[in-house]
Design a binder for this molecule. Structure first.
Ligand SMILES: [Zn+2]
Length: 231
């Protein structure tokens, strides 16, 4: 789990930012990811409220400041991914992007689907994404992949040149299995979520970063197993 030497060598320009934060009355270990680009830093998921300090510490250790973030990409609107965006935007004027089906939950037009109606501070979404959008980074092109199921407009990010997948919550790595499908108890549409795992299995993937569980050396082959097991 987390960032190790080999990870850094393999995926230049991509940095996992593991941190343990308080969320919904318990300790939660999460893995936002930082991607370098010529325009500045791209942050994939922010975490819940309370992540500004650990984000700042991580960025500092990489030689950056919060102000260097130009783009925040949310894989989906769940509070443990998006709840901290408003606090982050007090420190940096970053562009906020998420899938168009997730946007209304982030902006406050709709209440989040999980969390018993508890509303995190809403923020404006500047850019609505959809599968097939390609963002240039120092780790090569970063492709947006539609992976609905865990959330209506959940997206994952794929780096075809490195075979790296930032899975968000489309996959998890914090259970007994080194890599498994999304958690049924937090996944309103499990059938779609497993279809999404099949979609991912068709991509060239050598390693995966899960928001819950961090970095794992598992490939497309494991994704095909997960999709087949549940079918
Ligand atoms: Zn989630």
């Amino acid at each position: 789990m987390g960032t190790d030497q080999s990870n850094e060598e393999r995926d230049a320009g991509v940095h996992t930012l593991p941190m343990t934060v308080e969320f919904a009355g318990r300790e939660l270990t999460i893995t936002p990811t930082l991607v370098e680009s010529e325009r500045g830093l791209v942050l994939i998921d922010v975490g819940p409220e309370g992540t500004v300090d650990p984000l700042r510490t991580h960025l500092r250790s990489l030689g950056y400041a919060l102000e260097d973030i130009w783009l925040v990409v949310l894989t989906h609107h769940d509070a443990d991914h998006a709840g901290g965006v408003a606090a982050l935007l007090e420190h940096v004027d970053a562009v906020v992007a998420t899938h168009r089906e997730e946007a209304p939950y982030v902006t406050g037009d709709r209440d989040p689907l999980k969390g018993d109606g508890n509303r995190y501070p809403p923020v404006d979404v500047d850019l609505e994404l959809t599968g097939g959008v390609r963002i240039p980074t120092l780790a090569g092109p970063m492709d947006v992949v539609d992976t609905p199921g865990h959330a209506p407009g959940h997206i994952s990010l794929h780096f075809p040149e490195d075979g790296l997948l930032l899975a968000g919550d489309a996959l998890v790595a914090d259970g007994n299995d080194p890599l498994s499908g999304p958690k049924p108890e937090f996944t309103p549409d499990m059938d779609r979520a497993l279809e999404s795992v099949s979609t991912l299995a068709d991509l060239e993937i050598e390693h995966v970063v899960c928001f819950h569980g961090g970095y794992v050396d598992r490939s497309s082959e494991r994704l095909r197993e997960i999709a087949a097991d549940r079918a």
